[in-house]
Design a protein around this ligand. Structure first.
Ligand code: HEC
Length: 208
């Protein structure tokens, strides 16, 4: 009976010690239980472990490699994520090609036709966008009399003689890249929306 008792005590002490020694404290990071749960065996595009031995001490992999080996042997340089095919052109979030013209290439930009088909709905959308992004400076009717424009100064009157005949590509480019005292809006408005604003400026503001 006494022996049984001391075995119990010993076993309990052993379990308590075992549990306490797993915990992290001070400089000791602690031990991981079943590390496979934390170190995913899925291909990870941004990390790559090329050493086939790494983690072999606990490996259960069928290919016999270390548990942490994380490289795609079918890809060049064993990369997990393949590089895009040569000549691949990235698309912007809205699916359009990136706009590559530089701020000074205004003349070339002026020849670009408006790719957004004109419709009443597009003009209505362009109007809302114009009010959001442009009217603060250019005023509700494009006459250069917006409140913020008073501070900026020198805001173009879009109904004025010099601006009436501006090609659509020119207006698009100015919104995208800015010009003189007007800042670039390309990072804030998608290309498609800018073209809608251009339709509104041409069809409503400059036709009145
Ligand atoms: C922060 C004020 C401000 C905002 C916002 C603004 N503009 Fe301008 N815009 C200006 C100023 C100032 C000029 C005159 C630029 C210069 O020549 O120095 C100008 C010039 C222009 C011109 C004439 C370009 C040229 O070739 O001379 C157009 C067209 C134009 N803006 C359209 C727009 C449209 C459309 C929007 C909305 C997407 C917009 N602007 C937003 C201040 C602004």
């Amino acid at each position: 009976m006494k022996i049984k008792h001391s075995i119990y005590t010993l076993a309990l002490a052993g379990i308590a010690f075992g549990m306490a020694s797993c915990g992290a404290s001070g400089d000791h990071p602690g031990y991981e239980y079943a590390p496979q749960m934390y170190n995913s065996v899925a291909y990870e595009p941004l990390t790559q472990i090329v050493n086939e031995e790494e983690g072999s001490w606990l490996s259960t992999r069928e290919d016999g490699k270390g548990e942490f080996f994380n490289s795609n042997i079918n890809n060049p340089h064993r990369m997990n994520m393949r590089e895009p095919v040569e000549g691949t052109v990235p698309r912007t979030k809205d699916g359009s090609l990136p706009y590559r013209l530089k701020a000074f290439e205004l003349e070339e930009a002026a020849t670009i036709p408006n790719p957004v088909e004109l419709s009443d709905q597009v003009i209505a959308q362009g109007k809302v966008l114009y009010q959001q992004y442009c009217s603060t400076c250019h005023g509700p009717n494009g006459e250069g009399d917006g409140k913020a424009g008073e501070v900026v100064g020198g805001v173009a009157n879009l109904k004025g003689g010099a601006y009436i005949d501006l090609p659509e590509g020119h207006i698009f480019h100015v919104i995208m890249k800015g010009k003189g005292r007007m800042g670039a809006h390309g990072s804030q408005i998608s290309q498609e929306r800018i073209w809608k604003i251009v339709h509104y400026v041409k069809q409503e503001i400059q036709k009145q």
